[in-house]
Structures are given as C-alpha cells and as structure tokens.
Ligand binder design. Structure first.
Ligand SMILES: *Cc1c(COP(=O)(O)O)cnc(C)c1O
Length: 372
C-alpha cells in the first residue's frame, strides 16, 4: 500500500464494486451486457481501479464523459471498447479513431466536418437520440433520416451503436420514463427500416436497469449503483436489490483538549461551549471538498455520533467529543464504525443534493486507499 503523510483518506472497497455488478447482472437477461460508467474519475472512486474491477466482474465496456478521461483508461492499458458520452469537437475524431475510442454524435454538421478530415482509420460512433432528456441527441425523424443519409457517403465514420438516456427512470412516477421508452422504439423502427448494418443498442442507466431489467437492450450503462448507491429514494425503498457502498471517508484526531464553558471554537465564533467540553480537531476541510455547509453534521468516533462544532475551515474541523480520546483515534465521516453508520445519502440530504455529488466533491487532495 502507498504511504500517505496525512491522516485523512477515502477507502474504496473494490470487493463492493464486484459485488454490486454481480447483483445487477443477476437480474439482467443473458443478452444484456454492462458498460461500466467511470466518468469524473469513477464518480470520485478512481476510474482505473474501478474499471479494472468492473471488467473482472464481467463488465464488457467502459464509458466516460470526456475524451481526456478515455485517454487515461487507454494509457492504463485497457483494451475494451470505451465510449465517450459527451460532445467532443469533430477535430478530435482522428485521435479518437487512432486510440479506438468510440465517440457520441448527433449533429449533421459534426459529421460533415469529420468527412473532410484526413483520417487513416474510421472513427467508431454511437448516435445519441434525445427522447426527452433535452440535453444532447437528435429529436426528430427528419434529423435521423438526414444523418443516416449523410453517413452513407462518409468514409471516415463507422456507426456502431445508437442510444438514449432517461430523465426520470429513478422517479416515483414512471409515466415519462414509459413515454421516453416508447419514443425510442418509434425512432428505432425508423432507423431499422433504413439501416441494415448491425449496431448495438443501449438505453438504461442504473435506475432503469434495476427497475426494468427485461427492457434493456445489448448493454446497460451502469454508474451509481456499481458504486453501491441507489439512484434515488424510491429505488432504494423498492429494495429490489441489495447494494454495498464502496466509498467511505475517514480521518484521525490530531488534537484533543478540554475547554471550559463559554469558549468559542473556530472562525466567527459561531460555537460557544456550554459547559466544560472535550473538543477534537480533525484534518479535513472545505479544501478537501468537505463543504462549509457541513457545520453541525455528525461524524463517528468509537462508533458514536459526535457533531462538527464551529465553522468548517479549509483544512480542519473541530468536533465535540463525549469524553477524552487518544490522539490518532479514527474518525469516520462517511461509512461504518462499529454498529453505527453514516451513509452517503445522509450527507447528501444534509447538503440538499443527491448522493452522486458527494464522492465527486471529495477532491484529489484526499488520497484513495483501495481494499479488495
Ligand atoms: C452518467 C451517465 C450514466 C450513468 O448513470 P447512473 O445513474 O449513474 O447509472 C448513463 N448514461 C449517461 C449518458 C450518463 O451520462
């Protein structure tokens, strides 16, 4: 294991990644494979390490948001298909082709620009259909027909897939999900009437593939649930699947002191001790992505909940302890300690956001330690 000087780290349980993939896979029909989504450095878990484990667990391809992220994976030696989900400038089609990276496209002008490039190798593309997400993708049958027409004369492009993305697959109300699915089927029908060469088809994110495994096509694009988190409260409550969170966050007490009543703690004196109190200091702060808005949130020491008191500083926070603890005592900010736990969802609720944002928020200043 690498050596870290600081006393704060995120622990990534790669065994949990494998376990989660197996749970999802067990529900999928035989013909649906898994694309492991490792954008944003594997949702803050480490894209290379997660990709490695995901492929070992049976995923067949990888997806990222940026071309940069795809290069990180190619440089790490992965040979499997890699799909870039976001828009990439057409001028980079050649370098994507040379590295066998599949790009997403949906614009006629984009395609026409690629046709003019001097390219040694065709670039593989998946066409994105906007069936209701309103983000990227073609929306009409006319657009679809125009693009397919243009593709026939484009010697720099190989169309290898078509896909869409759901906006509400994680909602309680699934009306719009079903509408999007229906729209996808309509576009697919038009597509198949015109295009006879084989392509792969994929629609589902974590929520859709957990809830409607039988509706999935050649692939699912598995993100959040591979990391052991539920895409939303409704999906969590359905309990159709048991997942294990892979990410936990820890630190250690670097200072412990007894403070008399009436003393202030941290910037701005927002906390004043009510009685004689044990105050601990831990080396994590908003400079690590541990938001200032987490003042008042609890952390675990010796399996018990202790509140963060006073302002969160850039590199340190103070917590109120129930007794004296030895320097070096482990503090868990996210995860389990003894019989207690603080879930990612609890932090997300406190910050009025979704669990996806939390591991992305804990930045690269916090080293990731991997365990099997
Ligand atoms: C991020 C992303 C996914 C993964 O979604 P999860 O909800 O994390 O499973 C799938 N498809 C696209 C297009 C995405 O951008």
């Amino acid at each position: 294991m690498e050596n870290f000087y600081r006393q704060t780290w995120a622990e990534i349980d790669l065994g949990a990644i494998k376990y989660n993939i197996e749970q999802v896979k067990a529900k999928l029909p035989q013909q649906s494979d898994i694309i492991a989504v490792v954008k944003a450095d594997g949702y803050g878990h480490g894209s290379v390490q997660v990709a490695n484990k995901a492929l070992e667990a049976g995923a067949k391809a990888l997806a990222v948001a940026l071309l940069e992220e795809a290069f990180v994976l190619r440089e790490a030696g992965f040979k499997v298909p890699i799909l870039v989900l976001g828009w990439v400038s057409p001028e980079y089609a050649a370098i994507a082709a040379e590295n066998n990276i599949t790009l997403t496209f949906f614009q006629k002008e984009w395609m026409d620009e690629v046709a003019l490039l001097p390219m040694k190798k065709k670039v593989k593309l998946h066409m994105k259909w906007d069936t209701g997400m309103g983000r990227i993708g073609i929306r009409t049958e006319t657009e679809l027909k125009n693009i397919l027409q243009g593709l026939k004369n484009n010697k720099n492009i190989e169309l290898t897939g078509v896909y869409t993305h759901f906006a509400t697959a994680d909602d309680q109300d699934l009306t719009f999900y079903h509408q999007q699915n229906k729209r996808f089927q309509e576009l697919l029908k038009v597509f198949q009437e015109i295009w006879s060469e084989p392509v792969v088809i994929h629609t589902g994110n974590s929520a859709a593939s957990i809830r409607f495994p039988k509706e999935m096509h050649n692939y699912i694009r598995l993100g959040i649930s591979m990391y052991g988190l539920y895409p939303s409260k409704p999906v969590k409550l359905e309990r159709s699947l048991q997942l294990k969170a892979a990410f936990s966050l820890h630190s250690r007490l670097v200072h412990v002191k007894r403070v008399p009543a009436g003393q202030s703690i941290s910037y701005g004196r927002t906390y004043i001790t009510k009685e004689s109190e044990w105050i601990g200091t831990i080396p994590i702060g908003y400079g690590d992505g541990w938001s200032r808005r987490l003042q008042g949130k609890e952390v675990l020491v010796n399996g018990k909940r202790m509140p963060i008191v006073g302002r969160v500083c850039m590199d340190q926070v103070m917590i109120r302890l129930d007794q004296e603890y030895k320097l070096g005592t482990k503090v868990t900010l996210i995860g389990e300690q003894k019989n207690n736990s603080i879930e990612m969802d609890e932090i997300a609720d406190y910050l009025d956001t979704i669990n996806y944002e939390i591991p992305c928020m804990i930045n690269e200043r916090v080293p990731r330690r991997y365990k099997e």
